[in-house]
Design a protein around this ligand. Sequence first.
Ligand code: SAT
Ligand code: MN
Length: 600
Amino acid sequence: MNARTKDLPAATPGTSGSTLQALNDWIAEVAALTRPDAIHWCDGGDAENAALIAAMEADGTLIRLNEDTNPRSWLHRSHPEDVARVEHLTLVCTPDRDEAGPNNHWMPPAEAHAKIDALFDGCMRGRTMYVIPYCMGPIDSPLSRCGVEVTDSPYVVANMRIMTRMGAPALARIEREGTFVKGLHSIGELDPSRRWIMHFPHELSIKSYGSGYGGNALLGKKCHALRIASHQARSEGWLAEHMLILGVENPQGETHYIAAAFPSACGKTNLAMLIPPEGYREAGWKIWTIGDDICWMRPGPDGRLYAINPEAGFFGVAPGTSKKSNPNALASIQADTIFTNVGVTADGQPWWEGIGNDQVPATDWRGEPHDPAVRPAAHPNSRFTVSARRCPSWSPMAEDPQGVPISAIVFGGRRASLVPLVFEARDWTHGVLVGASMGSETTAAATGAVGVMRRDPMAMKPFCGYNFADYFAHWLSFDKPGAKLPKVFHVNWFRKGAAGRFLWPGFGDNLRVLEWMIDRVKGKAGVVETPIGGLPVQEELDLEGLVLSEEARRVLFGFDREGWQAEFDGIGEFLDGYGERMPARLKAEWGRIQGELQGS
Ligand code: SAT
Ligand code: MN
């Protein structure tokens, strides 16, 4: 034990720290600030997990679900005011404000540290401090990156064990590499007025206080794998994106990998685990799941982009998950799952709106007798945490250290009007503009109003760790000699008709659109050119077996010039909000399309 740790509480037997001095020094520093009663270095093993779960069951943090129907599964009820990400309290603290950009809330680093350290001061008295070494990505992948989260929440430890490669192998890699992202977390008092989620990209560090919710507290996820990683990716020449990754295997046995960016709670998990429609299944089509939320991509030696999923589990939205909407997700969560803020039946089965079974919830997510007139049984942002390995469509390629080659990048949002089912960008520059222009209606994944249209470029509005103008420039920089970049598409599964109903069936039928994209990649299908990009030639998109109304066909495959003129005015204003920093190439691309929209 070195001098700085000598007056600290003893580490739990068998978990005595690291051979890496920088790590021990940092742990000593945070323990001196937070004053825990004990320090536990997590090894990630089964015995450790069992002990943590038993302690949480004993103190009511976890409630055991029905062991027959849901073996080794648990319900956690959060503080009622701690149910989602808090974007207004999430800060990027760079020395220069412009580096964080108008897309982030910002505070000078010194002020931010002072503010949050005052909250951390002594906050772990009477608690155990857990040290969680974790690896984002396959443990032996050159694309993976490691971090250490310190937390006083055993619920966070149990979730991090599912969501990341956590414990001894991660610690060994950290000790070998000597670098890691530092994440300090305390649930504090779970008081929304004493809550901050702060990022210090230049220090590769995160400080999060006052929330136990996934995106605020599982620091490997949005904080590290997107906000800090996007910053690292920019300087190291790769991309950290809010994207699912899936493989589409055709009847000839070829697999194409697709990465798709949709905002939170817009169906990434459903698309990643899609079950092909019957005709496709019979013909031999298969979907392979690599990831449902985050994608790290880097150019390979052949010029293509190769992607890994940095996560090891799914933190999915429960409501609406059913045998019909996502049978693979439902199968995944039959055992070994932590449910947060769902309802529960009298015999201890988890329940949520849209589960599609005939069970009845007895208790709602607040633990009160369920009364639909008072509140839904499950919170709209209630979640399941489960290992990716439990998913029937889980691909062994998710463990490939080299990642999978990406054939197509898809952007998409929730748009009730204007935006057609699918269109293709002309080239990479246009594709970057399509991503940068994304708009979507807000969801329950963040606190605030739901259903409000906002610009959410590349679905990264809440997650990009630096100025969007620089981020778009970074995207543009991948277009260089020798690059074999994926084709870029935009989809909208959420278009509504005059009667307010969805016009596209979605879910498994989305494979029809993916097949068309792969045909485009292979040069097998044409497009109808419009100013916004290439629309499918309707006969080349397989709609067999689907009943689509006349209105649906017209609207889903149509191009509304006047509507797009107004949309492009809005996009232009959005880009102008970034001033001179916005890459001229992107503004020129916008100008070109604006000109075409105004032409005859
Ligand atoms: O941010 S979370 O990871 O909690 C979920 C989401 O909003 O995408
Ligand atoms: Mn997400």
